[in-house]
Design a protein around this ligand. Structure first.
Ligand SMILES: Nc1ncnc2c1ncn2[C@@H]1O[C@H](COP(=O)(O)OP(=O)(O)O)[C@@H](O)[C@H]1O
Ligand SMILES: [Mg+2]
Length: 262
């Protein structure tokens, strides 16, 4: 599929959004081989990354659509290209949900790695690299959306995030992998809060189970999981080779291919 003659609406760090001249209500999303971390400070290009992210994203969004989640995803008409419903309004937030403590949350209040959160914790971050995506309080989230669009949308985002977390946690569990956390993005489509953007290797933390029947109800589940065999972007953040990073993302795509049967 040749998108080169289509007008570019916006180019981000990992995707290019192109106009769809055939239908003003949809846009094409083209995945790039770029990978970034630390709010864009660390940046590389990994040949073949766009293709695996596109596969993972396709399988996850098709799974979520089948489960009745309201998403922008329509179809994936060609390699590295997805067709999605066009945003009316981008909600400039990253909505993070966490089941198991890892990453930045360990710096806040001395939480031990592996601490299990039940219910899942959800955080709203203002998407801004120079500001390092600061966390916002619910009332401020409501204020900034209301000021622009009206409505009480943060509650819906929290609900959708929690529902998607439960679905994906169960899906990865079927492959003996724990979903620790993820970040999702939202926009308004037809005035309604809708899951947008991508869900791929860089969106979450995934640790395989360390044993056959892990006890995942413990207060801390670190001993039940195998962080050394992590499948996620922490591999990249921690400076492993780009080949290693790509191989992890390929493993994720192999697993999400199995979501078709769920
Ligand atoms: N359904 C959609 N319609 C229009 N734009 C979208 C849609 N979904 C995502 N986008 C936009 O695609 C852009 C590119 O994505 P990405 O490369 O992830 O950017 P970023 O560098 O901001 O993470 C973002 O600005 C995002 O808001
Ligand atoms: Mg992005």
């Amino acid at each position: 599929m040749d998108l080169s003659k289509h007008r570019i609406i916006i180019e981000g760090k990992t995707k290019i959004i192109y106009e769809n001249p055939g239908d003003p209500n949809t846009v094409y999303m083209k995945f790039k081989d770029d990978i970034t971390a630390g709010d864009g400070v660390k940046h590389d290009v990994i040949e073949g990354k766009a293709l695996v992210d596109w596969k993972t994203n396709r399988d996850i969004f098709e799974f979520l659509n089948r489960k009745g989640i309201r998403t922008h995803y329509v179809e994936s008409p060609a390699e590295c290209v997805s067709l999605v419903k066009k945003l009316d309004f981008k909600i400039n937030l990253e909505v993070v949900s966490r089941r198991v403590a890892a990453g930045s949350i360990l710096k806040w209040g001395g939480i031990a790695e592996g601490t299990r959160f039940d219910p899942v914790i959800t955080q709203f971050h203002y998407k801004d690299d120079p500001l390092h995506d600061p966390m916002l309080d619910d009332t401020y989230v409501e204020y900034i959306i209301k000021a622009k669009e009206g409505g009480e949308m943060f509650r819906e985002m929290r609900e959708i995030n929690t529902e998607v977390f439960a679905l994906l946690e169960a899906a990865f569990a079927a492959f003996t992998i724990q979903l620790l956390d993820f970040k999702l993005e939202y926009g308004l489509i037809g005035g309604v809060v809708t899951l947008i953007d991508e869900i791929s290797g860089g969106s979450f933390r995934l640790w395989p189970y360390a044993k056959e029947n892990p006890d995942l109800t413990k207060k801390n589940v670190l001993s039940e999981l195998d962080p050394g065999a992590r499948l996620d972007k922490d591999t990249y953040r921690q400076g492993e080779s780009l080949d290693q990073v790509q191989s992890k993302f390929e493993q994720i795509a192999k697993i999400t291919a199995g979501f078709k049967g769920l």
